[in-house]
Design a protein. Structure first.
Length: 436
């Protein structure tokens, strides 16, 4: 269901006969209020028009004029055009597009570094666009941390004094500033460099200082605008990995701006793709790659390695029969394998995966008179998490098949065999080809 569409409440539409329209409006209003509270950030019908009399541009957009037509007709520049989306608590949302798509304008509108022309930005239900200057200043200092493409470090301040800067602006006492700055530097792996100066650091290290400066404020929302774009490819990948590790510990809400699809696929829980100020598609990486919304999106994603996006949980099959370590012996295990047409069977104990038994081992154990699976249980088996990308599965399947997909508590969720992996990748490639 599209964002903002009202959900039908059971019984609500049948109440108050003769006043159906009133009842429908009440349900819609209630659901929209609930949605804005449930999400961390909700952006509703946001516009940004650059130039004199910008509301004229909003009016023309609503009438169906394009960005180029409005520029030619009025001289107004369309930055954002009727953009609506939400961001959930602890999510990394990547907003991407080519130069001029509106992605950087959009992220700056969220904390009103750029003033929106129209629309709403709701932070946990509070409309950011309605805040006065002092309220906005407090919001920027307490709730938002920003990391830009260019490091913007003070060259004559040491690393720790650069990290302390935002806290200094907030008039945080010196001892607390230093303590919080050191914690942030340790989080980004720069402990021991606090007394150095920016010129003594590599580009990647300087960007880590910028990230630490944002983290020292302890914001719950991070706005990262092309944060790693200025870095060399290897350093960039290292910073992406570092951000993923930090997010596993801190669970910040992150809006990450990028023009790099590989970066978006690696970092994003969800991706928004923009063009000419509009959102053209929103969804998970896999949804965008396998079901592009239009030709523009299809061309954007056509060169992506599908094996980096398809994950174990989308490939896995039902494991079918499993053996019980506590109750099954070789004969029962063989019977279950025969019934399911398997040459091996996974073994669980107290609902947790403990290993695998092969048919030939079970047959030998049965002839030897064994009554349990203890002597033939293979515990050195491959386990992967549901979010493991397909390219990491290939070497495991070369060594052995199948591969078990388990959750964090070793509950067996599914099984991957070589055939299902190859079939899934072939289907993904064909889908991309058809979209072109």
């Amino acid at each position: 269901m599209p964002y903002g569409a009202p959900a039908k409440a059971s019984g609500s539409w049948e109440t108050a006969p003769g006043r159906c329209g009133v009842a429908a409006y009440a349900v819609t209003s209630t659901n929209r209020e609930r949605q804005t509270v449930d999400h961390k950030i909700v952006v509703q019908n946001l516009y940004k028009i650059f130039g004199n009399h910008p509301r004229k541009g909003v009016k023309l957009l609503k009438q169906g004029y394009t960005k180029d037509q409005i520029l030619e007709k009025t001289g107004l520049g369309v930055g954002i055009a009727d953009v609506s989306f939400h961001v959930d608590e602890g999510e990394i949302l990547v907003i991407m597009g080519l130069s001029g798509s509106g992605k950087s304008t959009l992220v700056r509108c969220l904390n009103r570094l750029i003033e929106p022309t129209d629309g709403k930005i709701l932070l946990e239900g509070t409309d950011v666009t309605s805040l006065n200057r002092e309220e906005l200043r407090q919001l920027r200092q307490k709730r938002f941390g920003m990391v830009f493409q260019h490091f913007a470090l003070f060259p004559r301040r040491s690393v720790i004094r650069n990290v302390e800067y935002g806290l200094e602006v907030q008039k945080v006492p010196a001892a607390e500033r230093s303590e919080r700055a050191m914690i942030a530097l340790e989080q980004v792996g720069l402990k021991g460099w606090e007394d150095s100066y920016p010129a003594q650091l590599s580009g990647g290290m300087q960007q880590r200082v910028g990230l630490a400066r944002a983290l020292a404020l302890d914001p719950d929302i991070m706005l990262m605008d092309e944060a790693f774009s200025a870095l060399d490819p290897l350093i960039r990948r290292d910073m992406q990995d570092e951000l993923i590790k930090l997010q596993e510990k801190m669970h910040k809400t992150i809006i990450f701006i990028s023009h790099d699809l590989d970066e978006a696929l690696k970092l994003g829980d969800r991706i928004i793709l923009m063009k000419d100020g509009h959102i053209v598609q929103e969804g998970t990486a896999e949804a965008i790659l396998t079901s592009p919304a239009d030709e523009y999106v299809a061309k954007f994603v056509q060169d992506v390695d599908i094996s980096k996006v398809v994950t174990a949980d989308t490939i896995m099959k039902n494991p079918g029969e499993v053996a019980s370590f506590a109750h099954d012996g070789p004969k029962a295990a063989l019977w279950k394998m025969r019934q399911a047409g398997l040459s091996s069977i996974y073994v669980q104990h107290k609902n947790r995966l403990v290993g695998l038994v092969r048919a030939e081992d079970a047959s030998a154990a049965l002839k030897a008179g064994d009554k349990d699976l203890r002597n033939i249980l293979v515990t050195d088996i491959h386990r992967v998490s549901p979010d493991t990308p397909a390219y990491e599965l290939f070497p495991l399947l070369v060594e052995s098949s199948p591969v078990a997909v388990v959750d964090s508590e070793d509950h067996l969720m599914g099984v991957i065999i070589k055939g299902s992996l190859l079939a899934a990748l072939a289907e993904g490639v064909q889908t991309n080809g058809m979209a072109e």
